[in-house]
Design a protein around this ligand. Sequence first.
Ligand SMILES: Nc1ncnc2c1ncn2[C@@H]1O[C@H](COP(=O)(O)OP(=O)(O)OP(=O)(O)O)[C@@H](O)[C@H]1O
Length: 323
Amino acid sequence: MAVVRKRPQLNLHLPLPETTDRRPRFPPPLPLPLPLPPNSSHSTATNHQEVDRLSDLEKLQVLGNGNSGTVYKVRQKRTLQTYALKVIHGDCDTTVRRQIFREMEILRRTDSPYVVRCHGIFEKPSGDIAMVLEYMDSGTLDNLLHTIGTFSESSLANISRQVLNGLNYLHSHKIVHRDIKPSNLLVNSKMEVKIADFGVSKIMCRTLDPCDSYVGTCAYMSPERFDPDTYGANYNGYAGDIWSLGLTLVELYVGHFPFSPPGQKPDWASLMCAICFGEPPSLQESSASVEFRDFIQCCLQKESSKRWTVLQLLSHPFVTQDR
Ligand SMILES: Nc1ncnc2c1ncn2[C@@H]1O[C@H](COP(=O)(O)OP(=O)(O)OP(=O)(O)O)[C@@H](O)[C@H]1O
């Protein structure tokens, strides 16, 4: 996740590890807590219940492993409240570490029903970083895709509406997520969908193991992030989140990553060629409704300035119509 401060000076033809980013290393601190967006129904940005001690948490089970660490289901002994504890391995340099803490601190102050809450951040003596997160009892959309199967249009309309509301919150606070994908969208048994993953694992993974994490990180990236000269007129980063949302929805509908055949992972040279030189994925040949096909087309415009914004998409018939 990234906070937009000014137009990025990206002129890369290939995405490079985070260490080559030309933004200032230690930008001035942002005013925190984040100001609330207009029409917010929430009273303050910092009124979530905080977890103030790691020792107050007991581990119940492992929920999963990501590229950079392990996520546990935990319970606070004092309140019996359940949380997810994400422990990220801490072997990274000081610069990356500061960046991670800064981004996590920003997200700890987010207050939206469409963004997973962070209830505390701790640095362990080992150097590992532990984040206490809202527990989402149905896991990720990626988990659901692989256990239950593809999603109906009505579920996808519901998911789209919630993710767009989350992106609206983030974008209105000048935060670009940069890594929207099925495994970063968490679900609970009420079918509430929340945006997760503060970009932390990506930063660390790029430092530790650029090749391995690369495809995972790049797969949902928009054409202008590979080739800003061709596709990035008025590049501001926000449109990249919309592209990633479009790809995510196609994947959840057809059951596999849209740029590769079922069961195959693209190598990243072919992925980059497909994104930059190929046609964007579409549902034109499918049995999808006209509204859904059009919605996907609005998200997956290769030219970033032609892609619809969050607010435009929130008024698209695909998400406004009852299904
Ligand atoms: N807040 C949460 N509530 C419930 N389960 C969670 C939560 N956060 C993560 N998980 C589970 O833990 C697993 C690992 O999450 P993690 O964020 O470490 O990795 P990832 O997003 O799958 O991959 P990556 O390392 O690329 O970010 C997820 O697949 C999900 O099943």
